[in-house]
Design a protein around this ligand. Sequence first.
Ligand code: SF4
Length: 165
Amino acid sequence: MASFAFNNGNAVVDTNVKRVLYRAFDVPDDNVAFEEAAGELIPEGESRVWNNAIMELGGVACRKTPRCEEAGCPFRGWCSAYETGDFTAPDVPTQPKFEGSRRQKRGRAVRILKNHDELSLEELGPRIRVDYGGEKSKKWLRGLLSDLESDGLVEVEDDRVRLQR
Ligand code: SF4
């Protein structure tokens, strides 16, 4: 197969690749769109490396139940699904239940706060999510902390947060 043997082949578009393209690059669930997007993303002369990398990503990190954090997915900084929390995909019609979602982020916030007397929201945010930044992230963090506060786990005062004492 030219794509694997040489570096001038076409982009491979299998189920795993479609899942990554759909989640990370927001490509619509359409075979022509997948082919086009994959063709545009592939770096010239690097098809072998690219095909192997994206297929492996789909098999190791971006599985049906994604392992964004555990696998240290390098796409987290800008992945559309990671940002929105919607991890459905063409072969994942309903939102997968997994620890990488809100529950995991809540746990991480608590673990981080255990090591500090208190933190500002701007100090805490990037420690929880690699893509933290901007108004949307602030709103997301305030929502997460408000849930934790309702559960009696943290105290938020102005822009500072600490574990409930
Ligand atoms: S961040 Fe998560 S959803 Fe996005 S590509 Fe990586 S594993 Fe997939």
